[in-house]
Ligand binder design. Structure first.
Ligand code: GDP
Ligand code: MG
Length: 437
């Protein structure tokens, strides 16, 4: 798994249940891991409390150890907070032009993101324009327009208009006339939160009724980012967040903090300075990054394997009880073909282990047997003795084989059943697949 959690796994090696003591022990390391990933301290505290309640008393997941179970539950919870499995998206332009306001402090990546987002929406077939509401810094508008022209996106400008509100109004009016679907508004930033800026943003929002107010957050910012985000949220009511500069060493903890404190979805991540470096936000990827789980896949595979093992055990039981139908035979063939775990089934049968080393499976034969069984009705599979001449003809036709092939499968199946019965009586070893090998 990962270095970070090898401690948790080691500590809980002997644990059979997730009781309070076990969970507390694991959470100590988890707390450190979250802090190291730049999750805000208050958020960590609250998160640890919440997850503790959720984990205590849970069953250890089949196929995983207690420590691995804790990590899997932790991972699931982080994904859950980050917004579930799905990537979120930008509001549809119901009353065009839909205005997307980008807000945030200076240097977080608003202008760059305006360009990226414009390109993204254009690639989805929308008519998109950009505009800057920064009337104090002509250079800001110029930066945006240069970026826009590089991707062939109209940039709405009026250098003579020094009132941000009036400028915005005019932009929207023009965009409406020209049938734009989206206008991305790149707003002015400051180095720190200031009243004047907040007032300006509030007024712009009031005026243009944006479809989205997106906070652009620099993932490298660390602990303060969350306070700033809160201030913006209070002032203008955010609808989403774009997290920039995730191409660096940012651990992504800010994503968890923002989701937990502000609650709005994270829509995209910025992964570079180039105009294409915008990706949808996938909660599972960020969860893995925050937790430093390079290999969560292996946990999931282990769980999967445990489920398959259960199926194999059930099958072995059927073999031993000689309740084996053609339905079961088909199920076994499917398992064998999907993952080749013939051994898994056989080794559940006492005394068989040593024999299976020499077992060879002919893939083509299995395909044919499966096709033949597929062409039978469920009733025929459960009661093969009803399969008469005309049914055989139908099955052969349906499976693209001959009556001889169908007869062969039925004969092999009968022999297997006979052997099973014998096996059950004598308790001796047998290999139900020998006939097909
Ligand atoms: P603004 O002041 O909020 O408009 O920020 P800018 O868009 O001007 O970006 C500030 C700096 O951050 C520029 O040098 C950008 O190239 C850089 N930047 C923006 N987004 C990203 C990103 O996702 N990754 C990296 N590595 N740099 C970025
Ligand atoms: Mg800018």
């Amino acid at each position: 798994l990962t270095e970070k959690f090898s401690n948790v796994i080691e500590k809980l090696k002997r644990a059979k249940k997730l009781d309070e003591k076990v969970v507390d022990e694991a959470l100590k390391d988890i707390k450190i891991a979250l802090l190291e990933a730049d999750v805000h301290v208050d958020v960590v505290k609250e998160f640890i409390e919440d997850i503790k309640k959720k984990i205590i008393g849970q069953e250890v997941i089949k196929g995983l150890s207690a420590g691995e179970t804790v990590i899997k539950l932790l991972y699931d919870e982080v994904i859950n907070i980050l917004g579930g499995e799905e990537a979120s998206s930008i509001a549809k332009p119901e009353k065009p032009p839909a205005i997307i306001m980008l807000v945030g402090l200076q240097g977080t990546g608003k202008t760059t993101t305006a360009g990226k987002l414009a390109k993204y929406l254009k690639s989805k077939g929308y008519k998109v324009g950009v505009a800057s509401t920064d009337v104090r810094r002509p250079a800001a508008a110029k930066q945006l327009c240069t970026l826009a022209s590089s991707i062939d996106i109209p940039c709405f400008v009026d250098e003579n208009e020094k009132d941000a509100l009036k400028l915005t109004e005019k932009v929207i009016e023009d965009a409406k006339k020209q049938g734009f679907s989206y206008i991305i508004l790149d707003t002015a930033g400051r180095l720190h939160i200031d009243e004047e800026l907040m007032e300006e943003l509030k007024q712009i929002k009031e005026k243009v009724k944006p479809a989205e107010v997106i906070y652009v957050a620099d993932a490298m910012q660390g602990q303060d980012a969350i306070n700033t985000a809160e201030e913006f949220h209070k002032a203008v009511g955010l609808t989403g967040v774009i997290l920039t500069k995730l191409d660096g060493d940012a651990k992504g903890g800010i994503a968890l903090s923002i989701r937990k404190v502000i609650g709005v979805p994270i829509k995209f991540i910025g992964t570079g300075e180039k105009i294409d470096a915008l990706e949808p936000f996938y909660p599972d990827r960020i969860a893995q990054r925050i937790l430093g789980l390079g290999d969560i896949q292996s946990l999931i595979e282990k769980m999967q394997a445990a489920i398959e093992e259960d199926k194999a055990k059930e099958m072995a039981q059927k073999v031993m009880n000689a309740e084996f139908t053609l339905e079961d035979l088909r199920e076994q063939i499917r398992m064998i073909r999907s993952m080749g775990p013939l051994e898994n089934i056989l080794k559940m049968i006492p005394g068989i282990g040593a024999q299976i080393k020499n077992l060879k499976v002919d893939e083509k034969k299995f395909v044919q047997i499966e096709a033949i069984i597929n062409s039978m009705t469920p009733e025929e599979r459960m009661k093969p003795h009803i399969i008469n001449g005309s049914r055989k003809k139908r099955i052969a036709k349906g499976s693209g084989t001959t009556i001889v092939d169908v007869n062969k499968v039925l004969k092999q199946y009968e022999e297997m059943k006979k052997m099973m019965k014998k096996f059950k009586k004598s308790g001796k070893m047998f290999n139900p697949f020998g006939k097909f090998g």
